[in-house]
Unconditional design. Structure first.
Length: 168
């Protein structure tokens, strides 16, 4: 700035101060609210494997992504709806409100990743999902089901990847 004409120096300083925040802003992984770091990219890529397995109804992949320590408490104090890894396959195959995951078709499961945090070696992935699918009713007619909800996947590192310990 010492080379700028004296009358322009205040404007040059003002411009520098005004542009300073733009040089320090975080970059985000496209279509997410998650800071773009190599670790976060790996986490989102892992979660995308989960999302795609849901769309494809790929129960074997979902089980592969789950940790043997998987435990879901259903978000309440009622232990009757809790599931662990040994019950996960049955849960994914069972009917819920007269609908079975395996009976669904045309599944679309979109995820907007909101936040990735790490606490005590557990990775928390907060996201909003939009899901829609169709299934046949017992009378043969089709019914569409839609949901938009907040959820959290809990992951633990395993080798070069992760495993899901809760949140499916």
């Amino acid at each position: 700035m010492d080379h700028a004409p004296r009358c322009l120096r205040p404007f040059a300083r003002l411009l520098l101060v005004a542009l300073l925040p733009y040089g320090c802003t975080s970059q985000y992984i496209p279509n997410t609210d998650v800071e773009d770091t190599p670790e976060n990219r790996t986490i989102v890529e892992f979660c995308e494997r989960y999302r795609k397995a849901v769309e494809l109804k790929d129960i074997s992949t979902l089980l592969d992504l789950a940790s043997p320590k998987y435990y879901e408490d259903g978000g309440n104090v009622d232990a009757s709806d809790d599931i662990d890894y040994s019950q996960l396959k049955q849960y994914l195959s069972a009917k819920y409100k007269d609908v079975a995951f395996a009976d669904a078709s045309g599944i679309r499961h979109e995820i907007r990743y909101r936040r990735v945090t790490v606490e005590d070696e557990v990775v928390y992935v907060d996201y909003t999902y939009s899901a829609s699918y169709r299934f046949l009713r017992p009378d043969g007619t089709e019914r569409w089901q839609n949901a938009v909800e907040e959820n959290r996947l809990e992951l633990v590192p395993e080798g070069e990847s992760y495993r899901i310990i809760a949140g499916m």
